[in-house]
Design a protein around this ligand. Structure first.
Ligand SMILES: C[S@@+](CC[C@H](N)C(=O)[O-])C[C@H]1O[C@@H](n2cnc3c(N)ncnc32)[C@H](O)[C@@H]1O
Length: 216
């Protein structure tokens, strides 16, 4: 069982407000460093860029030379405002935060393709190159979760691609209908887990990282 008091303590990454922990950031950087050169990296649900920056730091060290694909609505909602404020960042309801994201990530890696709008629709922009790191921090309920998987999984590389599900245990924070709704990533792994192995998990984190092993 996850200790949710830990999850709710947000720590900015060098001034960038984050909804992921320093522990996950450190792992993302380590993961980026392990880039093999076979595929692109992407995040679905980048917000202000903390988790993307963590991954890009490692990728840059590994010599990453492909576009980094970033997907988000970048439309500030009421839940984001107090989380950003607690980390020293003032957001306004309805604000377009795409430029804030880009200003945070571009000093680390400049070749960013940002696709603003609703997932899964914005995934039509993806150029279908093989994917090495596929980070989900927006899709956590159906039908979005499975539609994003269906769109991207044909481009995963067996034995190489890492699928990071940053909200894997998020359902544990909810009861009733929401609990069922947010179980989408867990339901998916219960059905298709034989195609993956757990690459990284923690006792006190929502996030779990899986390596894609074999074709569907
Ligand atoms: C938990 S936050 C991401 C936090 C970020 N990864 C970090 O570590 O700081 C989730 C993000 O997903 C985006 N999002 C949620 N549902 C979405 C959807 N259907 N389409 C596009 N973006 C979405 C929100 O705008 C928000 O920025």
């Amino acid at each position: 069982m996850i200790d949710h008091s830990q999850i709710d303590q947000y720590h900015s990454l060098d001034g960038i407000p984050a909804m992921t922990s320093p522990q996950v950031h450190a792992y993302l950087t380590q993961l980026g460093r392990s880039w093999t050169g076979q595929g692109t990296a992407m995040e679905l649900g980048c917000w202000l860029g903390a988790s993307s920056v963590a991954l890009l730091r490692g990728l840059a060290q590994a010599g990453y030379n492909m576009p980094y694909w970033a997907f988000d609505a970048w439309n500030v909602n009421k839940d984001q405002i107090p989380k950003a404020k607690a980390q020293g960042c003032h957001l306004i309801l309805g604000q377009n935060s795409e430029l804030m994201f880009l200003n945070n990530v571009r000093p680390v890696y400049s070749d960013i393709i940002s696709c603003r709008g609703s997932l899964p629709a914005t995934l039509t922009k993806y150029d279908n190159q093989p994917i090495e790191f596929c980070i989900f921090d927006a899709p956590k309920a159906e039908p979005t979760f499975t539609e994003c998987i269906k769109r991207l999984s044909p481009h995963w590389i067996p034995g190489v691609t890492v699928l990071g599900l940053l909200d894997y245990h998020f359902y544990q924070r909810h009861k009733g209908a929401k609990r069922i709704k947010f179980r989408a990533p867990v339901d998916y792994m219960e059905k298709y887990g034989r195609h993956f192995e757990v690459e990284k998990k923690w006792d006190n984190e929502c996030a779990v990282f899986f390596r894609y092993l074999k074709n569907f």
